[in-house]
Write a protein that binds this ligand. Sequence first.
Ligand code: ATP
Ligand code: MG
Length: 236
Amino acid sequence: MADILVTEKINSYYGKSHILFDVSFAVHEGETLCLMGRNGAGKSTTFKTLVMDIVPKRGKVYFKEKDITGMKPYKVARLGLGLVPEDRKIFGPLTVKENLILGTAMGKGRKGIWNLDLVFEFFPVLKDFQSRPGGTLSGGEQQMLTIARTLMGNPLVLLLDEPTEGLSPVMVKTLKDLVLKLKEVKTTILLSEQNIKFAMAVSDRVAIIDKGYIRYESDIETFKKDDAIKKQYLAV
Ligand SMILES: Nc1ncnc2c1ncn2[C@@H]1O[C@H](COP(=O)(O)OP(=O)(O)OP(=O)(O)O)[C@@H](O)[C@H]1O
Ligand SMILES: [Mg+2]
């Protein structure tokens, strides 16, 4: 499968703090790759660098073979990198439906399968609550809304930064079913997780980041059997 999103030895900083060290990985078209790592490992920093909210000091990011390093974040979004950030930013006063319609703007007319009808089919709860202000939804429902809004822009790669964080077990199950359905329609997904069980249920491959370094990369079946790696780099 072709590589759709590639990082080549990226080094990212907050001011003088060096956070990512020569981080390299590739997301293949159609796969679900999970970036795993403990709190503070550098997962969100990696995602912010992918969408150029942080420009790496050294290294490159390629999207569909185009060098997007240093590009404006809104342009990156328009090219088709759809980030669902860790801190779920919905527009509280706007209704659920209005939030979703705002998501289409990111697509810039890009053709894709996502529209209101399909979103409501995948997320029945959003259909039921379409006229409610987004801010009145529960945390889990808001998480669904942020994902759905990003899908409305028909991204070519969906970036989910720790989507299970703070969700109840029931919502985690709903999210798992959702990601499995997205895989059925061949969505390319990069997610970050600390929830090993969830990651193993939805991912095709895993990469582990620790203190800003990629320490491990494998297919999911190998990872499932590798208890030593889980102990070394993840909270188990
Ligand atoms: N705005 C910031 N300014 C300075 N340092 C930061 C900033 N944001 C994050 N860091 C530091 O960068 C490192 C990586 O943080 P990052 O948020 O990428 O980790 P993470 O893997 O997403 O963790 P978590 O699972 O807690 O979300 C941490 O040491 C963190 O303290
Ligand atoms: Mg994070």
